[in-house]
Design a protein around this ligand. Structure first.
Ligand SMILES: *[C@@H]1O[C@H](CO)[C@@H](O)[C@H](O)[C@H]1NC(C)=O
Ligand SMILES: *[C@@H]1O[C@H](CO)[C@@H](O)[C@H](O)[C@H]1NC(C)=O
Ligand SMILES: *[C@@H]1O[C@H](CO)[C@@H](O)[C@H](O)[C@H]1NC(C)=O
Ligand SMILES: *[C@@H]1O[C@H](CO)[C@@H](O)[C@H](O)[C@H]1NC(C)=O
Ligand SMILES: *[C@@H]1O[C@H](CO)[C@@H](O)[C@H](O)[C@H]1NC(C)=O
Ligand SMILES: *[C@@H]1O[C@H](CO)[C@@H](O)[C@H](O)[C@H]1NC(C)=O
Length: 448
């Protein structure tokens, strides 16, 4: 019995090797006949192996030690559709290396040592839709590098040392839908180079040391719907004209050093539905900051330094559904900041030192229907309800804390003060109310 089992397992082991796949399979590779796939990852290969079947469609050569690609290396594989050369040590690709691959759709060269791509490397790759060049050592993208890639939809060039993108580097990329530029040493964007990307729908610009957005940057990208600017520590301002020419549906400017809502730049973005300005050192939302964003549904301003949201700050936002102001310094959020609170479905105001008084009554009244995204806002003051979630407050408390008393000036009387020109003067004013009123002085002519 034992012996019989033994024989059986031996036969099973031998089975795959017994009928050799048509066309053979290179040593150290695994070939799958049905999918025409050849996989040789992590095999310490120093070159494209010999003997790859001519009908191969998928070739996986990642994590080897290939240094160089020459014309001829892949010439006998005209049916190749996907080629993965990620994480090798390729420093050179000769022009013509991909010349005989008319069906290639996916080419991955991520994680190699490419410093420069000479013109002619990507010629005749008419069917290529994805090209991944991220995590290389590219310093410059030359004119016409991608000239023939008329079907390319996605290009990844992040994590390089790019210092310069030549004006015509993107010429010919008429079908490109998405471009991600991240973690490189660019100090400026060229509107002219981006202007070649007529079909671009999404542009992601992350971890860049660019200090300014210029008027012409995005001028010739009429089809761009999604723009993301993330982790630009040197950016201090989004100038009024910098979004000129764009008609965006989503915009994200996050983790930068901007201190003000870019109200002027946002004007004319009437089709914007989602705006993310989180994680910027913005302290105030002035009245009318988003006035023209009539279709905006989501506004995120989380993790900023917001202490004041002025009355009518959200004027014009007739369709706002989601407002995310979590983790700021707000003590209140008045109903008068909104165009109308009736459209609001989701509200995040957790992580703020909220004063539970009548100004938050509108939230408390809607506490059973508003969606707090699982993060319940809580009172920081008064002491009696500190730490209590707004949503769980019993109705009885409402009449105790969420009532207001109109501000009143106590001891209204004439005060005579004599002072020399240029000296400071002090007047007294006692006022009472719930919440505690702020006092401002005006001159008799109301000029100040
Ligand atoms: C490119 O792909 C399309 C379909 O995806 C195919 O019909 C065409 O033959 C391919 N071109 C070449 C040169 O193989
Ligand atoms: C790019 O920036 C990194 C980090 O600051 C630096 O180490 C590298 O030398 C720079 N590369 C070039 C080509 O300037
Ligand atoms: C951000 O701006 C402040 C001044 O507004 C400046 O002190 C700081 O250095 C800036 N941070 C960076 C990373 O440039
Ligand atoms: C802006 O885009 C919207 C669709 O998102 C479109 O309906 C509208 O016509 C565009 N406006 C302009 C001026 O191109
Ligand atoms: C807004 O941006 C921050 C920072 O990049 C990100 O973590 C967050 O997911 C974004 N929110 C949305 C809704 O995209
Ligand atoms: C609110 O913003 C925070 C911080 O960016 C994010 O983690 C969270 O997902 C956002 N919430 C919603 C509902 O978008």
């Amino acid at each position: 019995m034992t012996c019989w089992l033994c024989v059986l397992s031996l036969q099973l082991l031998l089975l795959p090797a017994a009928p050799p796949p048509a066309g053979g399979c290179p040593a150290r590779c695994e070939c799958t006949a049905q999918t025409r796939a050849v996989a040789c990852p992590r095999r310490r290969l120093t070159a494209v192996p010999d003997g790859i079947p001519a009908e191969t469609r998928l070739l996986e050569l990642s994590r080897n030690r290939i240094r160089c690609l020459n014309p001829g290396d892949l010439a006998a594989l005209p049916l190749l559709e996907e080629l993965d050369l990620s994480e090798n040590v390729i420093a050179h690709v000769e022009p013509g290396a991909f010349a005989n691959l008319p069906r290639l759709r996916v080419l991955r060269l991520r994680g190699n040592l490419l410093k420069l791509i000479p013109p002619g490397v990507f010629t005749r790759l008419d069917n290529l839709t994805l090209l991944d060049l991220s995590e290389n050592k590219l310093v410059i993208l030359l004119d016409y590098t991608f000239q023939d890639l008329r079907s390319l939809r996605r290009l990844e060039v992040g994590d390089n040392h790019l210092v310069f993108i030549s004006r015509r580097a993107f010429a010919g990329l008429l079908a490109l839908e998405e471009l991600t530029l991240e973690r490189c040493n660019l100090t400026a964007l060229s509107g002219e180079s981006l202007g070649h990307l007529r079909g671009l729908g999404a542009l992601r610009l992350r971890h860049l040391a660019i200090a300014a957005l210029e008027d012409q940057n995005f001028r010739r990208l009429p089809g761009l719907l999604h723009l993301e600017i993330d982790n630009w520590p040197l950016l201090e301002e989004v100038a009024a004209g910098s979004l000129q020419g764009l008609n965006l549906t989503s915009l994200s400017v996050t983790h930068t050093n901007i201190t003000a809502v870019p109200a002027a730049a946002l004007r004319h973005q009437a089709h914007l539905t989602c705006l993310n300005l989180s994680h910027n050192p913005i302290s105030t939302v002035p009245r009318g900051s988003f006035r023209d964003l009539v279709r905006l549904r989501e506004l995120h301003l989380a993790g900023a330094l917001l202490a004041v949201v002025e009355p009518q700050a959200f004027l014009g936002l007739r369709q706002i559904r989601l407002l995310n102001l979590s983790n700021n310094l707000l003590s209140t959020l008045e109903e008068s900041t909104f165009h109308s609170v009736n459209t609001l479905e989701t509200l995040r105001v957790d992580g703020n030192p909220l004063a539970c008084d009548c100004r938050l009554l509108w939230i408390v009244q809607r506490r059973k229907t508003l969606n707090f995204d699982g993060r319940l806002p809580a009172c920081a003051t008064p002491a009696e309800v500190r730490g209590d979630a707004l949503r769980n407050l019993p109705d009885s408390v409402l009449f105790e804390y969420f009532v207001c008393r109109k501000p009143k000036i106590r001891e209204r009387r004439l005060q005579r003060v004599t002072a020399a020109a240029g000296d400071d003067v002090r007047f007294q004013c006692r006022a009472e109310g719930e919440p505690a009123p702020t006092v401002a002085w005006v001159t008799p002519g109301r000029r100040e």
